[in-house]
Design a binder for this molecule. Structure first.
Ligand code: C5P
Length: 220
């Protein structure tokens, strides 16, 4: 079974998708972490963020893999390096949408995402899962929330992690990423025609998880 969960930045996709996957006993895949890993690779190897050929060549030589679920999210490796934390840095977050707009980068990552979905039951979250990666997914959710709610949640989360960004900076980052992700040429963020919209503005994690499990139950 394939469950696609898409939506804008900080709508709660990864937290809730992770819980839904746990409840169903499915694998969870955070596709945003893969785009973040490629962005991290660019900084590490000093490749310009618009040098598509060099990025794709470096990506072909690298291996992005996932470890067990941790408090801070799914553990992510670039070759043998644990990059779980650095891919969440302000620097990577500010640059990732630029790298994610490159069509050859997307082709390479989408291929890996489909291969993972082919061999197991999966909950996959991202921006283009229902529209491009798994157009035949059994259930498609488009998870959203107001910009103010999303910014506030990210602000509180960052505070807990000791990241001192202001609410204004976070709001601007979220708006900028939403704009770039939904206006790029290749696989822009958009709701699939057959997706069910879940607005989490007034729902907590528990309520959002329950709502999605209910939708999955009704659809399957
Ligand atoms: O989900 P997260 O916010 O970690 O994603 C980081 C970035 O990766 C997004 O802002 C977007 O630019 C890109 N992304 C994407 N397609 C996906 C998942 C993420 O373009 N399926």
């Amino acid at each position: 079974m394939k469950i696609a969960i898409d939506g804008p930045a900080s709508a709660g996709k990864s937290t809730i998708s992770k819980r839904v996957a746990q409840k169903l006993g499915f694998t969870y895949l955070d596709t945003g972490a893969m785009y973040r890993a490629v962005t991290y690779l660019c900084f590490k190897e000093q490749i310009a963020l618009n040098d598509e050929a060099a990025i794709v060549a470096a990506l072909a030589k690298a291996k992005i893999s996932f470890g067990p679920m941790k408090q801070e999210g799914q553990q992510v490796f670039l070759n043998r390096e644990d990059i779980t934390k650095p891919i969440r840095s302000v620097k990577v977050t500010a640059a990732v949408s630029q790298v994610a707009a490159l069509s050859k980068v997307r082709t390479a990552l989408v291929e890996q995402q489909r291969a993972l979905a082919a061999k197991q039951d999966i909950v996959m979250d991202g921006r283009d899962i229902g529209t491009t990666v798994l157009p035949d997914a059994d259930v498609k959710i488009f998870m959203t929330a107001s910009v103010a709610t999303r910014a506030k949640r990210r602000f509180l989360e960052n505070q807990q992690k000791g990241m001192p960004e202001s609410l204004t900076t976070i709001t601007k980052d979220i708006e900028a990423r939403d704009y770039k992700d939904s206006h790029r040429q290749v696989s822009p963020l958009r709701q699939a025609d057959d997706a069910v919209v879940v607005d989490t503005s007034n729902l907590n994690i528990e309520q959002s998880t329950r709502k999605i499990l209910e939708i999955i139950r009704q659809k399957t």
